[in-house]
Design a protein around this ligand. Structure first.
Ligand code: LFR
Length: 492
């Protein structure tokens, strides 16, 4: 038996999971869970990196109490964010900015004057999102050039691995989210970096997923009373880990959604795919395990529910749960109101219910009069958007999909899964919920030679975890058909 520890950090929570692999089956034990989120300071939003490091230490301590002989530790987090460190002392230069911070709101002067939006897409194959590292670094350099002197940065999961073991490298799948990588050579695109005037020497060496990366530092070994546990680079971008754990069918075409704060809808392909249509439809080419490309598009996802709930819980006398929100949606009229889930007004933290009400008024749908209508608008619009995006994916790749695998925390939302099946008119296979941690653990097992390939890893997922199949309802599908044209106009 081998046992590995996965740290899986999302935008709203993080967890530490032990995975035990025995006879081709993986079992999970959660040993630590903690909250995560933006911290506001001096008008900007940040991640509390020192606190996240403490949570890693707490998680590791709890894990060692359960499993003293760990064969590896792997870390995955969300994409695009980074931490600057001083080269000489190794100390953090500044708290890492949160990708929803608004400092990237002048892309013309920061980036596009030097390299056009279109050229950036042609070179990197990455969909244009102002939260991408390229925009963040350019804004950061304009505001705080001093951070770039005698410094280096590491992408978020690698900055956390640095805390554990001290290696100054960044992993390829996470680096692919920066918008600064050549997707074929899988290396930094120095021409973009030079044209933006960013100093080359802040950029870390890129290493492959499923590789060993030193061990736990002597300091932490002493403090925790353990040995030199190996640190393993996994698909350290959470979505790369989640996609690695899709219980995909052994043959035939399959598409996925990694559903969490974001919903990432796409397919796994062999080499980057970029043309004017994929650019127009915001499809991206991120790095996967085993040299694969994750061809996908970002959809706003559970963020819309999370932020709505946060605001209600701050302003209403009694807190509302996600289960209650689901009930509210069920008792509201379907498709009475629809939104574009990716509308720019929904990106930053704020009064989401009001923004949804404003969107509906602005687009001539009238006035939302109760909370149920707000939630219902999110549900129907996400289901319809998944359908629209899946059709575009199929057209771009010239493939027909007849099944959609949804993995991640979002699969706990049974209503969203059902409405997605209804919108698509084919089955949605939902699960596993913990796909990201599972992908992280299996990447460690691959590095350790316990699992031979990505295909074998998916076999392990298939034989270890239950999935739930949602079958479409004909009447609801017909109703969604009658609404799709209206929706697509709003979501343009
Ligand atoms: C999902 C995710 C997405 C990325 C977004 C921001 O958690 O990693 O893949 O686009 O967060 O980093």
């Amino acid at each position: 038996m081998s046992s590995f520890l996965a740290f899986d950090l999302g935008a709203s929570s993080g967890r530490a999971m032990i995975g035990r692999l025995e006879n081709g089956r993986l079992s999970l034990t959660e040993v630590h869970r903690f909250a995560n989120g933006p911290t506001e300071k001096d008008g900007a939003i940040y991640w509390d990196y020192p606190q996240l490091c403490l949570e890693l230490k707490n998680g590791l301590r709890k894990a060692l109490a359960v499993e003293p002989e760990l064969d590896g530790i792997g870390i995955d987090t969300w994409g695009v964010d980074y931490v600057f460190f001083d080269k000489a002392t190794g100390k953090m230069r500044r708290w890492p900015y949160h990708y929803r911070d608004v400092r990237t709101d002048s892309p013309e002067t920061d980036v596009w004057n030097k390299i056009s939006k279109q050229e950036l897409y042609e070179r990197t194959g990455i969909q244009c999102m102002l939260l991408n590292t390229v925009y963040q670094l350019a804004a950061h350099h304009r505001m705080h050039p001093e951070d770039f002197k005698d410094s280096f940065f590491l992408t978020m999961p690698d900055a956390l691995a640095y805390y554990l073991g001290g290696e100054r490298t960044s992993e390829y799948t996470e680096c692919s989210t920066t918008n600064l990588l050549d997707p074929v050579g899988k290396e930094w695109d120095w021409e973009i970096i030079d044209r933006l005037g960013l100093p080359r020497d802040v950029f870390p060496e890129i290493v492959k997923p499923c590789t060993f990366s030193g061990t736990l530092s002597e300091e932490l070994q002493k403090e925790l009373g353990c040995g030199p546990v190996p640190i393993i680079k996994v698909g350290s971008h959470d979505t790369a880990s989640a996609v690695a754990a899709v219980p995909a069918p052994e043959s035939g075409s399959w598409a996925y959604i990694s559903a969490g704060t974001w919903a990432l809808l796409g397919a796994e392909i062999e080499k980057p795919f970029r043309n004017a249509d994929s650019e127009k439809n915001s499809f991206t080419n991120e790095g996967g395990l085993d040299g694969k490309i994750r061809f996908l598009s970002n959809i706003m996802g559970s963020w819309l529910f999370q932020e709505t709930r946060r605001v209600w819980n701050e302003t209403k006398p009694t807190p509302v749960s996600f289960a209650e929100m689901e009930q509210m949606a069920l008792s509201s009229e379907p498709c009475r109101f629809l939104i574009n889930p990716n509308d720019a007004s929904f990106v930053t933290p704020g009064d989401m219910p009001q923004r949804i009400i404003d969107f509906c008024e602005r687009t001539g749908q009238g006035k939302i009069t109760n909370d149920g209508e707000v939630v219902r608008a999110i549900y129907d619009s996400l289901a319809l958007y998944f359908r629209t995006k899946l059709n575009v994916l199929a057209q771009l790749l010239g493939t027909r999909y007849q099944c959609l695998n949804v993995v991640g925390g979002g699969t706990k939302d049974g209503l969203l899964m059902q409405l997605t099946a209804d919108a698509l008119n084919f089955p949605v296979v939902a699960g596993p919920v913990e796909a990201t941690a599972i992908g992280n653990l299996l990447a460690q097992a691959m590095a350790a030679g316990k699992v031979g390939s990505l295909a074998e890893a998916r076999r392990v997922v298939n034989s270890s975890f239950e999935v739930k199949t949602y079958v479409p309802d004909a009447a609801r599908h017909a109703f969604y058909n009658s609404q799709i044209e209206r929706f697509e106009k709003l979501a343009k």
